[in-house]
Ligand binder design. Structure first.
Ligand SMILES: NC(=O)c1ccc[n+]([C@@H]2O[C@H](COP(=O)([O-])OP(=O)(O)OC[C@H]3O[C@@H](n4cnc5c(N)ncnc54)[C@H](OP(=O)(O)O)[C@@H]3O)[C@@H](O)[C@H]2O)c1
Length: 290
């Protein structure tokens, strides 16, 4: 057998294991940059898609784009900081699709402010959306996943799930807790074959970060800290989410995985190319040929 023929069998199997045909996925924050990319990617892999955000108009645009590509899709507008909206979302998806296999907790907001300026309302708003909603939705989808004998919950965290970043303390608290929520649910619900993971995007170019990337000093600050030298996209995150939703990732649970161009591989506070030594951080010389 030629080496190519030998590889064809496992490769075909891997393709099939990445498919999501027959599965139903609920994606919160679906009208955002990352949520939209996730919805398109999971729809492309064959899943039926339940889209959630507050704005009906934005959801309808995405819904028709996904439907035009042949996927089954429906929108469920709900404000996840409103307890009644939050609790009615999963029953509505089940009434429409009859099952629910995958939950992607993507809706999230950041308030950029000094910790001394954070008021109670800011604190509650961020924690309610970024932490309470994923917690409650996970509780609500679990009985259905137990009924099905399997399920996937994928939380969209941030690099602040595992490290600090000044000026966004409440957001960082919510995302760090999301990492712990991921581990708690993974160990409690492994017995039901519900796999729970967290994806940690780095510095992406999205609506939420448009203003930051438009500022040339801040753009340079970010690019110097990304070994791959550029900001990421929603699709970079979506491809990993799709993998974590698929049968191919059946032995991964409780993991928090960065999609960050290499930031977390080094010391995030240092410029790429810096090395600490007795004389302090020194810029290393490029070895690119002249
Ligand atoms: N962008 C980045 O560089 C980056 C980096 C690390 C982590 N993340 C995380 O990735 C996730 C998505 O980020 P993104 O950049 O795609 O954000 P985005 O473009 O601002 O989208 C946010 C989404 O959440 C929805 N949303 C906001 N408040 C809501 C509420 N109360 N109830 C229901 N839905 C609500 C928004 O739609 P409506 O306004 O219509 O409700 C929108 O669909 C967030 O959890 C974020 O923390 C982003």
């Amino acid at each position: 057998m030629s080496p190519q023929a030998d590889l064809r069998g496992p490769a075909a199997m891997a393709d099939a294991e990445l498919r999501l045909d027959g599965r139903v996925a609920l994606i919160t924050g679906a009208s955002g940059t990352i949520g939209g990319a996730i919805a398109e990617c999971l729809g492309g892999a064959g899943a039926a898609i339940a889209l959630n955000a507050r704005s009906t108009e934005a959801l309808q645009v995405l819904e028709s784009e996904i439907a035009n590509r042949g996927a089954s899709v429906a929108s469920f507008a709900a404000n996840l900081t409103d307890r009644r909206d939050l609790e009615s979302l999963v029953p509505q998806v089940l009434a429409q699709f009859g099952r629910l296999d995958i939950l992607v907790n993507c809706a999230g907001r950041v308030h950029r402010m000094d910790t001394l300026d954070v008021g109670t309302a800011d604190y509650d708003e961020i924690l309610d959306l970024n932490l309470r909603a994923p917690f409650v939705l996970s509780q609500l989808v679990a009985p259905e996943m137990i009924r099905l004998g399997s399920g996937r919950i994928i939380n969209i965290g941030s690099l602040t799930t595992v490290t600090g970043l000044a000026g966004i303390t409440v957001y960082a608290l919510s995302k760090a807790a999301m990492g712990q929520l991921t581990r708690q649910l993974a160990i409690e619900w492994a017995q039901y074959n519900i796999l729970v993971n967290c994806v940690m995007p780095g510095f992406l170019r999205t609506k939420q970060t448009e203003e930051v990337w438009a500022d040339s000093a801040r753009r340079r600050w970010m690019e110097r800290r990304i070994p791959l030298g550029r900001g990421g996209s929603g699709s970079d995150v979506a491809r990993l989410v799709s993998f974590l939703a698929s049968p191919a990732s059946g032995y991964i649970t409780g993991a928090c995985i960065p999609v960050d161009g290499g930031i977390m591989a080094g010391m995030a506070g240092f410029d790429v190319g810096d090395r600490g030594d007795a004389k302090g951080a020194v810029r290393t010389q490029s070895r690119k040929p002249a």
